[in-house]
Ligand binder design. Structure first.
Ligand code: ZN
Length: 96
């Protein structure tokens, strides 16, 4: 194998453990929900989802919130917002 390619593979293995180097600007994923599959998109710090919850006027949903948690270190401040936390028995918005 080409020796410079071996160096690239070693570098990739180091980067794998440094997700903060990555900043998602746009993304589209299929999310397998409990009842159906949904398409979640991120563009210009703006999240959208094809699920019923999002369509009813909430600016977020469980699929978006899950992705915000998974991708947290790879999102800019604005894309991380719209977090809701269960505090006791009520929801609190927390912008992180
Ligand atoms: Zn959704």
């Amino acid at each position: 194998m080409n020796s410079s390619l071996i160096g690239k593979i070693e570098k990739a293995k180091l980067y794998e453990h440094e997700p903060e180097r990555i900043h998602f600007q746009k993304a589209q994923v299929e999310f397998r929900g409990k009842h159906d599959n949904y398409v979640v998109t991120l563009g210009d710090s703006d999240w959208k989802c094809t699920c019923h919850t999002f369509a009813t006027g909430f600016e977020t949903c469980s699929h978006i919130m899950a992705l915000q948690r998974i991708l947290h270190t790879m999102l800019d401040e604005e894309s991380r917002s719209q977090h809701y936390e269960l505090v006791g028995d009520h929801l609190e918005a927390s912008v992180k």
